[in-house]
Write a protein that binds this ligand. Structure first.
Ligand code: NAD
Ligand code: 6OD
Length: 486
């Protein structure tokens, strides 16, 4: 049983209140850890440590040295790959097949990429004409924003947390991270690596706890925080935005999605089926970029539905360390109740259940876990809740379309705008459709293929701002213009 403490000013500390909560393995339902819950004193201490780091060695460190440390940090994660892998898989139940290709390598890559990005950012300058003919030189200076609060979710814990901590540190900020209460392990383990590689004390701090009236809210309302970067549900984003409004604290939000996949008759069917199996069921459907709405051109609709059904039924559920396992459980019993309530609702709303729709029989040892069947529906009306609301489970609804215009209109008929996957071998169509779907990212003949130098984020209710590559500097730095009269 692990005891999970906060990581403040380079040290692992418990809560003054003595308040603890359980950490549950979602695959088995067993308790695997007890976690200290931060109150206002721990959040204060973490923010103060971060502020002191900004005023100390970290704040004065030359960029090249900082970037070098971030490369060491990435190497430190890789050196302890198996520990990170086990910690992440126990916390989430996700299969090692997924985590060893995505979660852990990205945890390291997120530090390397931003260390390299910041070293190559040019300084903008303009010469201004002046009446005396001498002119004035304008140039911009970038400064770290200060203390950044990072609030992260449970679905890709290390990946999504480092996706924010990487650019924050590369830009010279100090951070206080509040990981999801469901997944405290890897964020805490990263504290050990920070110390091992010599990141100065106070640069990376972690406080554990919940959202409202707990560590999350105390952090987002803290006056010592200069920026809040949040990944999670749209409703939580709204609550954090209200908290941030009191002090006009800057925000960057990556929120929910109800993403469409558009499958045209001119697609490569094998690729489209394989890609949609991943975009609907990877990580047990708990990926914000997942495609819970699948639109298929009518002439290939029946074949596609049949092939997706066979693929879904072939997915093997099991323990994280079984190399054959394709799909783990949902994150918690509470989340399973939510997903199962949508499974029931889909039937009430008139769905034909193509496959799944319930809970699977699991063997001894896994029977207490949060397992659900991968589920495919057809025949739901466009205004059904199951078509409009983010479910965040291994499920999708498939609906036929008859023209490109109809496909685009269906794709955009949503409050969200995070991602889309377009399947077509017609490159003109690919460009045309990608341009018209309202989404932060449009994948063509792929899904979750990420170049970390590109802008990432959502439109509409899927987020505010873009991060990735140089775009991350918009949030993690403050720009100042210097105007020198010559
Ligand atoms: P969540 O919003 O419930 O929680 C996210 C984090 O916010 C947790 O650490 C939680 O403790 C904290 N929190 C909750 N209420 C808070 C409050 N009032 N003040 C401060 N902090 C608070 O999200 P989740 O259930 O952990 O994650 C799933 C959601 O995240 C889905 O909606 C998914 O689409 C979204 N998500 C989006 C992206 C993206 O890039 N757009 C990526 C991953 C997940
Ligand atoms: O790949 C990323 O950088 C990213 N932010 C992915 C988000 C996945 C959502 O679940």
């Amino acid at each position: 049983m692990k005891e999970v403490k906060h990581f403040i000013n380079g040290e692992f500390v418990g809560s003054a209140s003595g308040k603890l909560f359980d950490n549950i393995n979602p695959a088995t339902g067993e308790k695997i850890g007890i976690v200290h819950e931060a109150g206002a004193p721990e959040v204060d201490a973490a923010v103060n440590a971060a502020r002191a780091a900004m005023q100390g060695d970290w704040g004065r460190m030359p960029l090249a040295e900082r970037a070098n440390l971030l490369h060491k940090l990435a190497d430190g994660i890789t050196a302890r790959f198996d520990e990170f892998l086990e910690a992440e898989c126990l916390d989430t139940g996700k299969p090692q097949k997924l985590a060893c290709h995505i979660d852990i390598p990205r945890g390291a890559a997120n530090f390397k990429i931003f260390a390299d990005v910041v070293k190559n950012v040019p300084t903008e300058s303009f010469m201004l004409d002046t009446p005396d003919g001498q002119g004035a030189l304008n140039y911009s200076v970038r400064k770290p924003k200060g203390v950044i609060a990072v609030i992260s979710p449970w679905n890709l814990p290390l990946l999504l947390m480092t996706w924010k901590v990487g650019p924050a540190l590369a830009c010279g900020n100090a951070v206080v991270v509040k990981p999801s209460e469901e997944t405290p392990f890897t964020t805490t383990l990263l504290g050990e690596v920070m110390n091992e590689v010599g990141i100065p004390k106070g640069v990376y701090n972690v406080v554990h706890g919940f959202g409202p009236n707990s560590a999350g809210e105390f952090l987002t309302r803290h006056k010592g925080v200069d920026g809040i970067t949040f990944t999670g549900e749209t409703g939580t984003g709204a609550a954090i935005m209200k908290a941030a409004a009191d002090d006009i604290t800057d925000i960057s939000f990556e929120l929910g999605g109800k993403n469409p996949a558009l499958v045209f008759a001119d697609c490569d069917m094998d690729k489209a089926v394989e890609g949609t199996l991943r975009s609907a069921f990877a990580n047990c459907g708990q990926v914000c970029l997942g495609t819970e709405r699948v639109y298929v051109e009518r002439e290939i609709y029946d074949t596609f539905v049949e092939r997706l059904k066979s693929g879904a039924e072939a997915l093997k559920m099991g323990q994280w360390d079984d190399p054959e396992t394709d799909m783990g459980p949902l994150i918690s019993e509470e989340h399973r109740s939510k997903v199962l309530s949508y499974y029931r609702k889909a039937e009430e709303e008139g769905a034909t259940v193509v496959t799944g729709g319930s809970t699977p029989e699991m063997p001894d040892g896994l029977a207490g876990g949060a397992w659900v069947q991968p589920t495919i529906w057809t025949d739901l009306p466009d205004d059904a809740d199951c078509v409009r609301e983010e479910i965040f489970g291994p499920c999708c609804h498939i609906r036929p379309f008859d023209s490109e215009d109809e496909a685009i209109a269906l794709a955009n008929d949503t409050d969200y705008g995070l991602a889309t996957a377009i399947w077509t071998e017609n490159s003109s169509r690919a460009h045309r459709v990608a341009a018209q779907v309202d989404a932060g990212i449009a994948w063509v003949n792929s899904w979750f293929l990420r170049d970390l130098r590109t802008p990432f984020g959502g439109s509409k209710q899927s987020g505010i701002g873009r991060e990735g590559g140089v775009h991350s500097l918009e949030f993690y730095t403050e720009l100042k213009n210097v105007c020198i009269k010559l």
